[in-house]
Design a protein around this ligand. Structure first.
Ligand code: NDP
Ligand code: 8X3
Length: 251
């Protein structure tokens, strides 16, 4: 099989970082993206003995940064076979009536518009090749709505809709499109949601075994390594202890 090149957004932490590590072990060439440059450099150093790696520092919600960064890719990284649309976060955890407009803007700009900008910049390359694979990281918040989840849930419902739309619109170009929707994954996600409150963040994962970033990376790798005629279109994954976004069997 030809060596593939993957473009991973949100590679500086959590699911994106674990996916980069697993892809590197499987000889997939990597374009690692995120805003935190030091982390990108550190990860590049860690993985460059396993595979070819390049990094792009940009904010997915800034369309100029997105297009400039992708245009700046070195020639040998310009053919992108796999796009992992992973960058995203929840900002804040409160009712709509008490919500912060800045948090709403951040979630819609990053989780929805950021995913669109990155896809728009990369799609012409996939269409020209008449092949490609896009994996969109949604959430159980894409399938359900829970107290205080409001705008985060709306942003992930939009990812779910865009995942379906991409599969329809790109069908004639042989581009596979999949979404993975995880339940609770123990990453920096809750620290961001609770604005750096580490105690609140730790409590989210207290008393049960949450999914780990490596579990999701493993599933992403499984999805992208199916035979060409197989497309896993939508996959919801919970930790065993979690039945719904709010029903959790804690010790
Ligand atoms: P982390 O907080 O650990 O990682 C988030 C990643 O997204 C970081 O690499 C961060 O990089 C990047 N990111 C955030 N904002 C931006 C931005 N504006 N521009 C570019 N990159 C950005 O969380 P997870 O790994 O858990 O989250 C990854 C995805 O998984 C998200 O889409 C999240 O919604 C989804 N998810 C997470 C679940 C969980 O329970 N953890 C469950 C279901 C879905 P940097 O800050 O360097 O830019
Ligand atoms: C993250 C999972 O349940 O906090 O997307 O929405 S949840």
């Amino acid at each position: 099989m030809n060596q593939k090149t993957a473009f991973i957004t949100g590679a500086t932490s959590g699911i994106g970082k674990a996916t980069a590590q697993l892809f590197a072990q499987n000889n997939i060439r990597l374009i690692l993206c995120g805003r935190r440059k030091e982390r990108l450099i550190q990860l590049e150093k860690e993985l460059e003995n396993l595979t070819d790696v390049t990094t792009l520092q940009f904010d997915v919600s800034n369309k100029n940064e997105v297009f400039n960064a992708i245009e700046s890719l070195p020639k040998e990284f310009q053919q992108i076979d796999i796009l992992i649309n992973n960058a995203g976060n929840a900002h804040g955890f409160t009712t709509l009536q008490n919500g912060s407009i800045d948090d709403w803007d951040a979630m819609l700009d990053i989780n929805v518009k950021g995913l669109l900008y990155v896809s728009k910049a990369i799609l012409p390359k996939m269409i020209a090749n008449n092949s490609g694979f896009i994996v969109n990281i949604g959430s159980i918040a894409a399938k359900d709505v829970y107290l205080n989840g409001n705008v985060y849930c709306a942003s992930k419902h939009a990812v779910d809709a865009l995942n379906k739309a991409m599969r329809i619109d790109l069908n004639e170009y042989n581009i596979r499109v999949s979404a993975i929707h995880p339940g609770a994954v123990e990453t920096e996600f809750s620290e961001v949601r609770f604005k750096g409150d580490v105690t609140k963040a730790k409590n989210v994962y207290k008393g049960f075994k949450a999914l780990q970033a490596e579990d999701i990376a493993d599933i992403i790798h499984f999805v992208i390594t199916r035979p060409y005629h197989v497309n896993i279109e939508d996959l919801v994954v919970y930790p065993t202890a979690q039945a719904t976004p709010t029903i959790l069997n804690r010790e």
